[in-house]
Design a protein around this ligand. Sequence first.
Ligand code: ATP
Ligand code: MG
Length: 322
Amino acid sequence: MSVAIKAENLTKRYGDLVAVDHINFEVQKGEIFGFLGPNGAGKSTTTRMLIGISIPTEGTAQVMGFDIRRQSVRAKELMGIVTDVSNVYTQLTAWQNLIFTGKLYDIPKSERESRAKELLQLFGLFERRNDNVEGFSKGMRRRLCIAMALMNKSSILFLDEPTVGLDVQSSLIIRNLVKKLNSEGLTVFVTTHNMEEANQMCDRVAIINNGKIEAIDTPEMLKSAIKKLQVIEVSFVGSNGDLTSELKKIQEVTDVTKNGDKYRLNTENVPQALSNVWGFSKKKGLTINTLNTLSPTLEDVFVELTGIQPEIRPPKTQRGQD
Ligand SMILES: Nc1ncnc2c1ncn2[C@@H]1O[C@H](COP(=O)(O)OP(=O)(O)OP(=O)(O)O)[C@@H](O)[C@H]1O
Ligand SMILES: [Mg+2]
């Protein structure tokens, strides 16, 4: 069996609000699978259903072959969970937090101590193991949370916004750790609203908006699927007036915008458009100063698919009871 997560018509309603709307997807074992979407898209709600703390209104899912409703205990044994709220005990030391977690999982004493030591070393916290977590930075707390989630030798790790609120360096440390753990066989389901994070970490990404999945693919395929977003940027030597309307007449160029001394030309056929721009400059006696092709970013894909700028959707309702 190579499927780690299989969601079928998974749905969550809160009153009239459909927070997660009949979503279907599969995550393969060994993948880092990203759920990318703006605030309120339904990422945490999906995660909470998959980890068994929120009951689906409709639909079903299996995690590691176990049904999340009927076999949630079996499924949970294989899960490491890092939710969007930090669950470290600040009055305890890093060591005590890990040992306490080990006890919760019923791990025998010697094993939990060796596991705690191993994880503290891996997460760069061993030197600080006897310090109270109260004095830890956000990044250190987040690392400790992930270490705690791995105490039970999980085979699938759920991470809800692992780097939100962290600086660049702490985020990088966490991403690299996750990638290292993944290379050793851990399957990872990660939610993020950070395009760059999804781009850097994930083997495949589902773009979720308004509770619906808009697209699922590798970051590169998502980018190349948006062919019409391919852009050529050109500038010419000297001032030649506004060339926008003339550039628009070039074959294979679908649109032109002027940005300062540069023109951005949209095209669905970069090689042909490049050659045509070259021909245009010769014919007009213009000298090309700079010529670049710009690939779409995951952010471009996101905006194209959802029709919205990331991060601007206000929450629809106040949080209530589950
Ligand atoms: N317990 C709840 N009661 C009522 N509405 C809820 C509850 N939990 C979530 N919602 C609503 O469901 C929608 C999806 O919320 P969710 O937390 O899953 O979004 P998200 O994608 O994780 O967003 P964020 O990026 O802000 O974490 C939102 O409109 C939210 O207000
Ligand atoms: Mg969330």
